[in-house]
Design a protein. Structure first.
Length: 248
């Protein structure tokens, strides 16, 4: 069996009297893609925000490699080995692709506040940035300003920046959003190549991509889990068909 790296138990988040996520329990395993799907407003991004430390759960528990990280701040969770991307591309447009990745790698220094020593003096940072660009398929784009990259390449760059921090878990919130067919195909291949060395939690609306990639799916509706299982089990589930997939 694959090792469960990131686990939630009864994770819940209220905003005032609104229950955005209720009692969600999932396990993300190394070497597998766990997709979270559901209609808009189902609580998917709220769930990811709790896992990354951007939101504190109202109740429930999150563990990473067996250690309780519930409510730990986002910067500490990142250092523990959880990296994430966002629905809206989050990169530094004036910087080159390489500089974006080097800056991400710099966050792993014991102290990243060394203003008087040039970043290029740290060869380990450059090597980490180069590895991340290569892993994301952008090694030929390193010298290009991020603003000059296509939308799909900018999404790849955001993942490259995440890889530069050497995470064990990847939380990917709609990485295919706004992409055309060719860009989507490249992103699917990138995620497939990252599966072996990471535990991946994927939130995505592109069902072709989801069913192509996911080893396990969890369907959320109104903040709660409607069903979990393999792609075949989710496709065949009448409740999922009615609530989300439609009567295909």
């Amino acid at each position: 069996m694959n090792e469960a790296v990131l686990v939630t138990e009864g994770l819940t988040r209220y905003f005032g009297g609104l229950a955005a996520v209720v009692g969600v329990s999932i396990a993300c395993e190394r070497g597998r893609v766990h997709a979270i799907i559901g209609p808009n407003g189902a609580g998917k991004s709220t769930l990811v925000n709790m896992l990354s430390g951007d939101l504190v759960p109202s109740s429930g528990r999150v563990t990473l490699r067996g250690a309780d990280i519930t409510g730990v701040a986002a910067h500490r969770i990142s250092r523990l080995g959880i990296g994430r991307s966002y629905q809206k591309t989050n990169i530094f447009l004036p910087f080159t692709a390489f500089e974006n990745c080097r800056l991400a790698a710099q966050s792993r220094l014991a102290s990243s506040m060394r203003f008087f020593r040039p970043a290029r003096a740290y060869r380990t940072l450059a090597e980490a940035a180069e590895r991340a660009l290569a892993a994301a398929g952008l090694d030929a784009r390193g010298d290009m300003p991020a603003a000059a990259l296509s939308h799909g390449e900018q999404r790849q760059l955001e993942i490259a920046m995440t890889l530069a921090t050497e995470p064990e878990v990847l939380l990917l919130d709609e990485p295919l959003a706004g992409m055309g067919a060719d860009e989507s195909a490249r992103m699917v291949e990138l995620l497939r190549s990252l599966r072996a060395s990471h535990a991946i939690l994927l939130v995505e609306h592109d069902m072709d991509a989801v069913f192509s990639l996911a080893d396990r799916l969890t369907v959320m509706v109104n903040g709660a889990v409607l069903a979990s299982g393999s792609a075949e089990e989710i496709r065949a589930n009448p409740a999922v068909q009615e609530a989300y997939l439609g009567e295909a």
